[in-house]
Design a protein around this ligand. Structure first.
Ligand SMILES: *[C@@H]1O[C@H](CO)[C@@H](O)[C@H](O)[C@H]1NC(C)=O
Length: 475
């Protein structure tokens, strides 16, 4: 018995030692591994997968925002996209700290005379003197900013003035950076694809890359879709702006969109725009028609870099999808729009989806397909109407309204059906009216459905459009 004890103790000690060794090993192993991956507290995944592209540290990502929207829209980025981005700066109309990040006042170096003389700076002055209380005017809080804001929104009025000081400050913030990437808080950036793309260019040359857009004669990169400037382009813009500040300030007062004003300066310094649609594009993942053609290009075969008008829940779910892609494609295989459609969107597209609006807003097609009015009587009748037209791929139904479409969209969770959609603003312009009388909530139970067999054919047909000319990067 007495002999048994030391033996037991020895075993126990040994086991403790072994356990300690394993713990140590695991500890150092994970520490080593954290060059590649980092443990994160999340319910869904425990490991972070970020691009290993070496140019990551040569890129500064600049987020442009305003006090009216930043509290609502910034935090999701700390949880998602920004976790893989080593270097970023946030510029706003109000200086503050959010979750430990400094938000810079983009206007702090702008001439006081100019700020005092332009009425659009009223909100800025109020924020300066009253802090966040300055946001409430007569009890009304003005939320929202960015291009989707209305012209009467004081946050949006300030937005156009931010672009030039933002360029100038970003360049001084990271004078050694080779690339500067500009996004808004409702822009989704596929970081890994972006790095892969930028690594194809010679960063010593001036580049201006983004989703092309015109206002009048001026060609520019749309701000919400995100755009990129190489360091030489940044320096040209900054020097030119500093030398002609009075003229450009006046020009900014006369125009309404800051991204367009920047486009004008780039034109003046002779840096042409590289039209980067569909890498950079203006729709959210939920309403993008993957069979749209712009400048003779369709998204399908190309790698995706940006989405715009992304609400928080879509940012989160796309991020999780992108993480899964990174996990299963460790060598930075580009994520193409076709992959997003087949692996992220298509699994949602079933025969019926309740409280879901597929954005089947295709007025001409609906008018042509729903001639007899029968389709509006029920969900099933609506489906039959879609089935009867071989081109029909999806439909939505709510409260005696059937809409059908030959375009495919994921859509989003909704209680009210979208009746009119603005492709330009990528948002719903008109929804069905809310039920106000009964309080029953019987109205607005939007349901959607897809022609699942036809979608399989759609995917095959789209895949066949990919060839040597449109599967690569637009250089
Ligand atoms: C894509 O759109 C074009 C033009 O609207 C249409 O002719 C074509 O059939 C569509 N492709 C698929 C696979 O639906």
């Amino acid at each position: 018995m007495a002999a048994g004890k030391p033996w037991l103790n020895f075993r126990r000690k040994n086991r403790t030692l072994l356990t300690a060794l394993i713990v140590c090993f695991l500890f150092f192993y994970t520490r080593q591994r954290s060059d590649f991956t980092t443990d994160i507290p999340s319910q869904h995944q425990s490991t972070l997968y970020c691009s290993q592209n070496t140019i990551a540290k040569e890129v500064l990502v600049v987020l442009r925002t305003g006090a009216t929207e930043v509290l609502e829209k910034l935090p999701v980025h700390f949880d998602t996209t920004l976790r893989c981005i080593p270097d970023y700066a946030i510029y706003s109309d109000y200086e503050e700290e959010i979750e430990g990040s400094h938000i810079h006042d983009v206007f702090d170096e702008l001439s006081q005379d100019f700020k005092d003389s332009v009425p659009d700076f009223e909100l800025y002055h109020r924020l300066k003197t009253q802090g966040r209380d300055g946001l409430s005017i007569g009890g009304t809080k003005h939320d929202g900013s960015g291009a989707s804001g209305s012209l009467s929104n004081p946050g949006w009025k300030l937005d156009k003035f931010k672009f030039m000081p933002m360029i100038d400050k970003a360049l001084r913030h990271r004078p050694q950076a080779k690339w500067f990437v500009f996004v808004e808080l409702d822009t989704y950036l596929m970081w890994s694809n972006l790095l892969e793309y930028l690594s194809k260019f010679d960063a010593e040359k001036p580049y201006y890359i983004g989703k092309q857009m015109y206002i009048g004669e001026v060609l520019f990169a749309h701000g919400g879709s995100g755009f990129v400037l190489s360091a030489p382009a940044m320096r040209r813009v900054s020097e030119h702006w500093r030398a002609h500040m009075v003229e450009y300030n006046q020009y900014t007062i006369e125009q309404w969109a800051g991204d367009m004003i920047l486009g004008k300066v780039l034109k003046d310094v002779q840096v042409p725009l590289l039209w980067a649609f569909p890498h950079f594009q203006g729709d959210p993942v939920s309403t993008l028609d993957h069979n749209i053609t712009k400048i003779d290009r369709q998204p399908w075969c190309y790698p995706a870099i940006t989405y715009h008008h992304m609400p928080e829940d879509e940012i989160r779910s796309l991020w999780e999808f992108e993480q899964e892609w990174q996990r299963t494609h460790p060598r930075d295989v580009p994520l193409r729009h076709a992959n997003v459609f087949k692996e992220y969107i298509q699994p949602y597209l079933g025969k019926e989806r309740a409280e879901w609006d597929s954005y089947s807003v295709n007025p001409e097609f609906s008018k042509h397909t729903l001639k007899d009015g029968e389709a509006h009587t029920s969900f099933e009748a609506c489906r039959s109407a879609c089935e009867s037209n071989a081109m029909c791929l999806q439909f939505s139904y709510s409260t005696s309204t059937c809409l059908v479409s030959s375009e495919v969209r994921l859509g989003r969770r909704a209680t009210l059906q979208c009746l009119e959609y603005s492709a330009a603003a990528s948002k719903c312009d008109k929804t069905e009216e809310k039920a106000t009388d009964t309080g029953e909530g019987s109205l607005g139970a939007v349901r959607s459905g897809w022609m699942v067999d036809r979608l399989a054919k759609y995917v095959r047909a789209m895949d066949q459009t990919c060839n040597d000319h449109n599967i690569g990067w637009i250089l």
